[in-house]
Design a protein around this ligand. Structure first.
Ligand SMILES: [Zn+2]
Length: 308
C-alpha cells in the first residue's frame, strides 16, 4: 500500500475524525476520538496521538489538512468556535505546524463541503457554488472557480444570519400568520437560522401547533402526510426559500449544494428547489438546488483538496 500523502482531520465539537488520503478527493476515514475541546494541550496531544498511531501509513512529509466547525480567519490565524473553547487565544495554524512538525492548513467545514462538491461532486461543472448547510442551524460556504472564498473575518455566504424576509406566512388553509421574530445565537433578532435548520423546524412546529417534536419526528410525520407536519413544512418552505433566492440573486450562483442533516431529505430539497426557482431573477427549468454528494463526509473530502 502506498503511503498517504495528506492527513485529513475533521474537527467537530464532540469528535475528531481522522482520515488518510493518497489522492485529492479520496479519503479513507481510519480513526476517530473524542475532541478534548476545552484544553488546547489535550487537543494538540490528541492529534499527535492519532498521527503516531498511524505513522506507518503516512509519508513523513505529509501535511495535515483540517476541516473544522467555527469561523476560520486565516489572516489572524484564529478560530472562533463556541463549542471548542480550546482554540481561544491560539494562533491555531502556526502552533499546530510547530507542534506536529508538518505543514497544517485549516478551513471551515461548510467551506470544505462546498469545495468537495465543486471539485468532485454535484457542482463539479459549475463556476459559482453555494454550499447551503441545513443542519442543526443554517450555514453556508462559497466556492468560485474551485477556490474557497474566505471573506472578511472568515465570514462568507452566511445566508442564515440576516432577517427573514417574510413578516407573515400563509397556512395551508390560506390564513395569514404573523411570524414571531426570535433572538438568534449570533446576537441579532429575526435571523433565518432561528427557523431554518433542524432546531428551527422544531421551533416552528412548536409555535404553530404547540407540540414539541424532534426534527426527525416532524420529517417522519411529513412523509406520512400528517396534517400538522404538512403545515409546518409548508410554512418552512416559505420562510427558507426567499432568503435563499435572494442569496442566489446576489452571488450569481450556478448551483446550490445542500449539506447538513436535512440534506438527506431529498423530497424536501426538491420542493425547496422548485420554490426557489419561482423566486430568482433568472428562472431556469434545470435543477438548481440539490443534496450534496458528500453531505456525510464532506469536511474530510474537502480537506483533501486544501493542500493540493
Ligand atoms: Zn443570527
Amino acid at each position: 500500500m502506498s503511503l498517504a500523502t495528506c492527513i485529513c482531520a475533521d474537527i467537530g465539537g464532540s469528535f475528531i475524525k481522522f482520515g488518510l488520503s493518497s489522492q485529492a478527493g479520496e479519503v479513507t476515514l481510519i480513526d476517530q476520538c473524542p475532541n478534548p475541546a476545552h484544553s488546547w494541550s489535550d487537543f494538540v496531544a490528541a492529534l499527535q496521538q492519532l498521527i503516531a498511531t498511524h505513522h506507518a501509513s503516512i509519508a513523513p512529509d505529509a501535511p495535515l489538512a483540517i476541516s473544522t466547525t467555527g469561523v476560520v480567519n486565516t489572516r489572524s490565524d484564529t478560530i472562533l468556535a463556541g463549542n471548542i473553547p480550546a482554540f481561544n487565544g491560539h494562533k491555531v495554524t502556526a502552533e499546530l505546524t510547530d507542534a506536529l512538525k508538518r505543514p497544517v492548513v485549516i478551513a471551515n467545514d461548510a467551506d470544505c463541503f462546498t469545495l468537495a462538491e465543486s471539485r468532485l461532486g454535484k457542482a463539479h461543472d459549475c463556476t459559482i457554488v453555494l454550499g447551503a448547510i441545513l443542519g442543526t442551524g443554517v450555514g453556508g460556504g462559497l466556492v468560485i472557480n474551485g477556490n474557497i472564498i474566505e471573506g472578511r473575518g472568515g465570514i462568507t455566504a452566511e445566508w442564515g444570519h440576516g432577517p427573514i424576509t417574510k413578516t407573515s406566512v400563509t397556512s395551508l388553509s390560506g390564513e395569514e400568520l404573523t411570524l414571531p421574530r426570535l433572538a438568534c445565537g449570533c446576537g441579532q433578532v429575526g435571523c433565518l437560522d432561528t427557523y431554518g435548520g433542524a432546531r428551527g423546524l422544531e421551533r416552528l412546529h412548536q409555535w404553530r401547533h404547540n407540540v414539541a417534536l424532534s426534527s426527525r419526528e416532524i420529517m417522519q410525520q411529513w412523509h406520512e402526510k400528517a396534517p400538522q407536519a404538512l403545515e409546518t413544512l409548508h410554512l418552512w418552505l416559505q420562510i427558507v426559500s426567499e432568503p435563499l433566492a435572494f442569496t442566489i440573486n446576489i452571488l450569481g450562483v450556478d448551483k446550490v449544494v445542500v449539506g447538513g442533516g436535512l440534506a438527506s431529505e431529498e423530497e424536501l430539497i426538491a420542493q425547496l428547489d422548485n420554490a426557489v426557482r419561482q423566486l430568482i431573477l433568472t428562472p431556469t427549468a434545470e435543477k438548481l438546488i440539490e443534496p450534496g454528494q458528500f453531505y456525510h463526509q464532506g469536511g474530510l473530502v474537502g480537506a483533501s483538496f486544501l493542500t493540493r
